[in-house]
Design a protein around this ligand. Structure first.
Ligand code: SF4
Ligand code: MG
Length: 323
């Protein structure tokens, strides 16, 4: 697939009273049109920070300190504020964690959708905007009557589908959904994932799904990215990741799954996730890694792309180690 999204060297630091915390450290990856990437890792590993950074929605004391996010040849980081406001929803849509609870309770669903479109297409006629909203509702399999309803009249799954409908109103090239199925029952989770799948097919967007349910994710994504302490430690096809994970942390994650083809809710692996304020030197994973070598506590591993196209950030894959 033609690459529509290139993230390069993205860096985010939080300046807190307790010190500097690097929440995102030199994150780079590409995605093709129609490609789906699942992003996993413990809480605090940088998944949501990455989504916010791509949207340029990092709030103080956090700061984006470097990197580029290029969609269709346009670097979002280089846009002025107005350009970025237009790019949101138009080029890149973000469905935040708990989005369904942030629908306006006193405004009809339709009015909220119309507002979203109008803010980007001020000259569009009312009927064209309404057509666009109805089309989006149909795409997510919601009845047209939802247009006139209020959020409290909808189930959790329906609300989540409204949020997806809003996300695709302007047919963005990239969609980021942060934990889109959390707080939903198992059947509804599947429906929401299938909805994302279908709308993504319709508009051929690249999709980033942030989540912790590896089992559910495995059925819907093409590639899996594993984050640890603000870094991308492995990116592999879903098949490679589940059958032969490369990175020791990814291996631990996969082997901690109760059942690969079933409900793989990640239970965690031994040892505490490090505080970003006091990261271990060298490879941040070394205190928990059963493969750690001498240099792991002092030398920071750099991300490298292996011959098979997989990305890995680990000294086990350095040339001299492999020899
Ligand atoms: Fe383990 Fe060393 Fe690889 Fe880090 S670099 S994951 S400590 S082997
Ligand atoms: Mg999160």
């Amino acid at each position: 697939a033609k690459s529509v999204l290139q993230v390069k060297g993205l860096e985010v630091t939080y300046y807190t009273d307790l010190g500097r915390a690097k929440a995102l450290d030199d994150v780079s990856f590409n995605l093709g049109a129609g490609e789906k990437l699942g992003m996993v890792g413990e809480s605090g590993s940088g998944k949501s920070t990455m989504a916010l950074a791509m949207m340029r929605m990092i709030k103080p004391p956090g700061r984006i300190e470097g990197g580029s996010v290029t969609i269709d040849g346009v670097d979002l980081m280089a846009l002025d504020d107005d350009g970025m406001r237009k790019a949101r929803l138009d080029k890149i849509a973000y469905i935040p964690q708990g989005a369904m609870n942030s629908l306006n309770p006193v405004m009809r669903i339709g009015a909220q959708m119309v507002d979203a479109v109008r803010s980007h297409m001020p000259r569009e006629s009312g009927s064209a905007i309404k057509d666009r909203c109805m089309h989006a509702l149909r795409s997510v399999d919601l009845d047209p009557s939802v247009f006139r309803m209020y959020a409290h009249e909808l189930s959790g799954g329906m609300k989540q589908r409204v949020c997806i409908a809003i996300g695709i109103l302007l047919e963005p090239k990239v969609i980021i959904a942060d934990e889109p199925t959390s707080a939903l029952d198992v059947v509804t989770q599947r429906q929401v994932m299938e909805t994302i799948d279908r709308v993504q097919d319709q508009i051929n967007a690249a999709v980033i799904l942030i989540g912790h349910d590896m089992g559910l994710m495995a059925q819907f994504v093409d590639k899996v990215a594993v984050m640890y302490a603000g870094r991308l430690v492995e990116v592999s096809s879903v098949r490679d990741m589940f059958t032969a994970p490369n990175h020791p942390y990814a291996r631990a994650l996969i082997s901690s799954l109760p059942n690969l083809d079933n409900k793989g809710v990640f239970q965690g692996i031994p040892g505490l996730a490090p505080s970003l304020l006091r990261l271990p030197g060298g490879c941040a994973f070394h205190p928990r890694c059963s493969f750690a070598m001498d240099k792991c506590s002092t030398v920071r591993p750099e991300p490298q792309i292996l011959a098979n196209g997989r990305l890995i950030t680990c000294h086990l894959f350095d040339e001299e180690t492999r020899q």
